[in-house]
Write a protein that binds this ligand. Structure first.
Ligand SMILES: Nc1ncnc2c1ncn2[C@@H]1O[C@H](COP(=O)(O)OP(=O)(O)O)[C@@H](O)[C@H]1O
Ligand SMILES: [Mg+2]
Length: 578
């Protein structure tokens, strides 16, 4: 198919611009024909020595008018092209954006970030040409030869017929090329996004690569990908050049054939001199629009391939519209199962209860599935087995927006945005006053630092790289406190930061636990001593649970872990005594 109906349906608004674009081009064609008729007439009169002043003046007026009309039409049709491009960009980017919002926080399960960036920037840009240039040209390229055929039909039918018959050879050639071009182009896009993925990842990890001196290795790896991409790009270009050559051969060959026909008809006396001249002057115009279509064709094909990718994203299944609000009540996991892929189960039958208003902790060695649980509770991991209920409602039935209002999640790597301290804090509570902002900054012991900088207008660079790890986490906690939700989940929120920050943050979490439901995930047991309930996880299962004292008395996993950590913490102190 040379037209993607779904694309046109998606951007309905573009229809009227395309129609007007075709109309202006057609008016321009009619003006051109009129001009040529007038010139051919004048030339034949000159040849016959019957031209007078009046003929000259008349031709000059017609030519001037035609040129004026053509100029006006060219400007208008460019404007229509621009308007439809604009509509396409707006509609498609908005659709992609809305889709991502609907996919929600779990979008990464289904699509890669770099691919989304590529299709919504370049992919959409390619479609601009499809709508702005290709589609209008498609219709005009059919209308123009028919119009010329009708006009020249009055002059000489055989010549007009020969020209008309040659025109479809161009799309036939295009169609022949298209069959394998389509496969090639979708491969091209695949290669392009693959390169994009690698590039984005390597760029983000460049510091790490430098540290481990792995940059050369990654460099080679990317060279291989880039080489693949170069090869396929050259293939695409070769195909485009070859098909342009074929189209040129048909276009000029067809025009030449028309000229030969008209001269033959003239020599047989079947057509006047003016008619013969007119056919000669207009024969190329039969082919130019189709030829032009051919040159847009490859961009359009590329756009259509991009369109397919966009539709694949837009067609990703979404969770059905959920109705339920997040109820107030305990969070209970019953026989919870989860796996990221089919071959390995990460959670195998977890039962746990997070009582409303209580302080519950999950501990366990790295990799046992703690973060997986927090991702399920915050709706980032979908498709769990068993049940997770909040009050009486199943978690999967709760609207994501409402869930997000009720649960604040703070990980060990909270995302801070480029901007000011104020910008980042206001995300937690958009209508907070400055004094509220200062109050939370005091609570996390960051106020002095911020005051010594530029106050709430202190700038953060990308990912807050101008703050220390501890400062980042304090700021993230301040933002979380502003959010003021009934449930808070801290997932290793104090890992990898300085002891002082850890203590400040842990104190604040403990204060918070007096008024809120707090779920604390930590591998450091000193942080969970005061918890109302502690779940000890081993390999995706709950090994034991209880309060700190009870677990110590159990003399099982928890006690072993506790002893090991105590030994480690007291190592220096013991050494000093001995
Ligand atoms: N996105 C993911 N895709 C596949 N496997 C994952 C993913 N995230 C975590 N895992 C695996 O799930 C297991 C549990 O991970 P996680 O819940 O992060 O552990 P913890 O937070 O207890 O250290 C690990 O073995 C890890 O390899
Ligand atoms: Mg974790």
């Amino acid at each position: 198919m040379m037209i993607d109906k779904r694309l046109i349906r998606t951007v309905r608004e573009s229809k009227k611009y395309i129609a007007w674009n075709v109309i202006y081009q057609w008016i321009s064609l009619v003006a051109n024909i009129t001009m040529m008729v007038s010139i051919a007439d004048l030339l034949s009169r000159l040849f016959a020595n019957t031209a007078d002043r009046e003929n000259f003046v008349c031709t000059v007026i017609v030519v001037a008018a035609a040129v004026g009309i053509r100029y006006f039409c060219a400007v208008q049709s460019a404007k229509m092209g621009y308007l439809s491009s604009k509509a396409v960009k707006k509609v498609l980017r908005e659709k992609i954006y809305r889709k991502l919002l609907r996919l929600g926080s779990s979008y990464k399960e289904k699509a890669q970030t770099s691919e989304i960036v590529q299709i919504s920037v370049e992919g959409v840009e390619q479609l601009e040409t499809y709508f702005g240039a290709y589609l209008p040209q498609f219709f005009y390229a059919m209308l123009a030869p028919l119009t010329l055929f009708i006009v020249l039909g009055f002059v000489n039918v055989p010549a007009a017929a020969v020209l008309l018959v040659c025109v479809p050879l161009i799309p036939a050639a295009i169609a022949a090329v298209q069959t394998w071009a389509k496969k090639l182009l979708s491969k091209y896009w695949g290669q392009y996004t693959a390169l994009g993925d690698t590039f984005l990842e390597n760029l983000q990890g460049l510091t790490t690569l430098k540290i481990y001196r792995a940059d050369d290795f990654k460099n080679d790896e990317m060279n291989v990908e880039a080489e693949k991409f170069r090869k396929i790009t050259m293939k695409v270009l070769t195909m485009q050049l070859n098909s342009i050559t074929i189209m040129d051969l048909i276009a000029y060959g067809g025009a030449a054939l028309g000229i030969v026909m008209s001269v033959t008809q003239y020599s047989k006396g079947n057509v006047s001199l003016a008619g013969c001249l007119l056919i000669i002057m207009l024969s190329a115009d039969f082919f130019i629009p189709m030829r032009q279509l051919g040159s847009f064709f490859h961009i359009a094909m590329n756009g259509m391939a991009a369109g397919q990718k966009i539709f694949r994203l837009l067609d990703l299944p979404e969770a059905e519209e959920k109705k339920a609000d997040c109820p107030k009540g305990d969070i209970v996991c019953r026989d919870l199962h989860f796996s990221y892929d089919n071959d390995r189960e990460i959670l195998s039958g977890v039962n746990m209860t997070f009582k409303r208003g209580a302080f519950t902790a999950i501990v366990g060695e790295s990799g046992c599935g703690k973060s997986t649980i927090s991702a399920i509770l915050t709706g980032r991991n979908k498709g769990y087995g068993g049940s997770v209920s909040v009050g009486e409602t199943e978690l999967s039935e709760i609207r994501e927006a409402d869930l997000m209002e009720n649960i604040t999640y703070i990980s060990h790597q909270s995302y801070l945005f480029k901007g000011t301290v104020r910008d980042n804090l206001l995300m937690g509570k958009p209508d907070a006053s400055d004094s509220e902002l200062w109050e939370v900054l005091e609570r996390v012991n960051l106020a002095d630092f911020v005051r010594n900088e530029k106050g709430l207008d202190t700038g953060l660079s990308e990912k807050a790289s101008n703050l220390s790890g501890g400062q980042c986490q304090r700021l993230a906690l301040a933002r979380a406190l502003l959010h003021d939700s009934p449930i808070y989940i801290f997932d290793e929120a104090t890992s990898n930061i300085d002891v002082e920050s850890e203590n400040d943050i842990m104190n604040e979490i403990q204060n918070l636990a007096e008024s809120k439901t707090v779920i604390l995930i930590s591998h450091r047991l000193v942080n969970v001593v005061k918890a109302d309930a502690i779940y000890v996880m081993v390999n995706g299962k709950i090994a034991e649970s209880g309060k700190h004292r009870e677990l110590l008395e159990n003399k099982a996993d928890y006690e072993k872990l506790w002893e090991a950590q105590q030994r480690l913490e007291n190592y220096g102190k013991d050494g000093a005594v001995q």
